[in-house]
Design a protein around this ligand. Structure first.
Ligand SMILES: *Cc1c(COP(=O)(O)O)cnc(C)c1O
Length: 391
């Protein structure tokens, strides 16, 4: 039988292999991690009960790899504990919020207009879990939490938790200052590092996350090398035990053991190459920001542009070039350059694929935007790329 479904998957694979991917939420996995993901573990169950035995048989190796993944991830982040079972950054967030907030609790988060994650808006996670949320005072021009603004409300408003982290994130937080305010008022801090987990693991972004925050959590597939999934890190054993109760039968049942196996492989790769990879990602994004700026694109935050894997295009850019982000993305896609519709450019994947020449990327984007067809050139470049930092 020839499968129509498989035909579509193969077409997708061939198409994506012919493209240059600048999507900030995406990355590529090594063949070793792929082998783990497509292994027999894909459909197995494993659940170690409170009494210490597994509810399922045949899970000896699934258990072994779960413990290995936990140990590797904890070592990567220098944390005492790691929870690796959440099947996404969003689920990790659900576990963290529902553990750290009292019933009916209220938390502050970076608003979507400042690049924050929309899941924290009132109608999503807060409504689902019975909480209320409000935006943190934030200085958009300099991409910083407004410390004075936070001080002004900290003693007055009810704040049970502060959730840091953004989906459009180019700069680490001044955690020493934020945590000083929070400590005075007894407010815990959770850091949603979904976008930057790979950069934190590589020591190139917010290395003090766990020094100042009670919890660090996020996705394993954006700047990190893993399959789609989520992890939670903490040094607080009591908090960990309470979070662990929110995993099986609460926010999820099975945790997809083959996903954890692939994560474990990815963690080994991060331990071996993470520093080098993350340093290249950050220097590539700064370089792409600078190069685009030099050819006249209105990139946000000159002269530093970015300390992360992202470069943000300003509203002014889209106005001047008379194009909406959605159409910009479509024009790029016709030229096999993949970008999202949120004005972000992401450097994780092309860095892992060994792209080093940012001026060529910038030139191709400019030509595509001017209406030239550069798809064949992009296809040729893409064909020569080879995954680095792992096999
Ligand atoms: C992407 C993202 C999430 C959701 O993560 P998934 O892995 O897609 O579930 C949560 N928070 C932030 C800040 C994100 O950018």
């Amino acid at each position: 039988m020839t499968s129509e479904s498989l035909r579509i998957v193969r077409e997708h694979n061939a198409f994506r292999r012919s493209c240059i991917n600048l999507q900030a939420s995406e990355n590529v996995m090594s063949r070793s991690a792929m082998e783990a993901l497509a292994s027999d573990m894909y459909g197995r169950y494993s659940h170690i009960t409170g009494e210490g035995y597994n509810s399922y048989g045949g899970a000896v190796f699934s258990e072994e790899i779960l413990f290995m993944a936990e140990a590797l991830i904890a070592r990567l982040y220098g944390s005492r504990y790691a929870e690796v079972r959440p099947i996404g950054g969003h689920i990790a967030s659900e576990i963290v919020l529902s553990t750290m907030l009292p019933p009916g609790g209220r938390f502050l988060y970076v608003g979507p207009k400042n690049g924050g994650y929309p899941g924290y808006e009132q109608e999503y996670l807060p409504n689902l879990l019975g909480y209320s949320s409000a935006e943190l005072p934030y200085l958009d021009g300099s991409q910083e939490v407004d410390i004075e603004g936070l001080k002004n409300i900290a003693g007055k408003e009810r704040i049970d938790l502060i959730v840091l982290g953004q989906s459009a994130i180019v700069r680490p937080y001044d955690l020493a200052e934020i945590s000083e305010v929070c400590r005075k008022e007894g407010i815990p801090i959770a850091y949603d590092g979904s976008h930057v987990m790979g950069l934190i693991a590589g020591g190139q972004f917010q290395p003090d996350a766990l020094k100042y925050c009670d919890v660090l959590f996020g996705s394993t597939h954006k700047s990190f090398f893993g399959p789609q999934g989520g992890i939670i890190l903490t040094n607080d054993g009591e908090l960990l035990e309470r979070m662990r109760k929110r995993v099986v039968w609460s926010t999820m049942d099975n945790y997809h053991p083959s996903r954890v196996a692939a994560l474990s492989v990815a963690a080994e790769e991060m331990l071996a190459y993470g520093r080098e990879y993350a340093a290249s990602v950050v220097s590539n994004s700064r370089e792409l920001g600078r190069t685009l700026y030099d050819i006249g694109w209105e990139v946000r935050f000159p002269p530093w542009f970015s300390f992360s894997h992202q470069v943000l295009l300003s509203e002014e850019f889209f106005v001047k070039r008379s194009i909406k982000p959605l159409d910009f993305s479509r024009v790029m896609e016709r030229n096999r350059i993949i970008v999202d519709r949120d004005s972000r450019l992401g450097l994780s994947e092309i860095t892992r694929m060994g792209v080093k020449d940012m001026s060529t990327i910038a030139e191709l984007m400019e030509q595509a935007l001017r209406g030239e067809d550069v798809s064949t050139t992009v296809e040729k470049i893409s064909a020569d790329l080879k995954l680095e930092y792992g096999e």
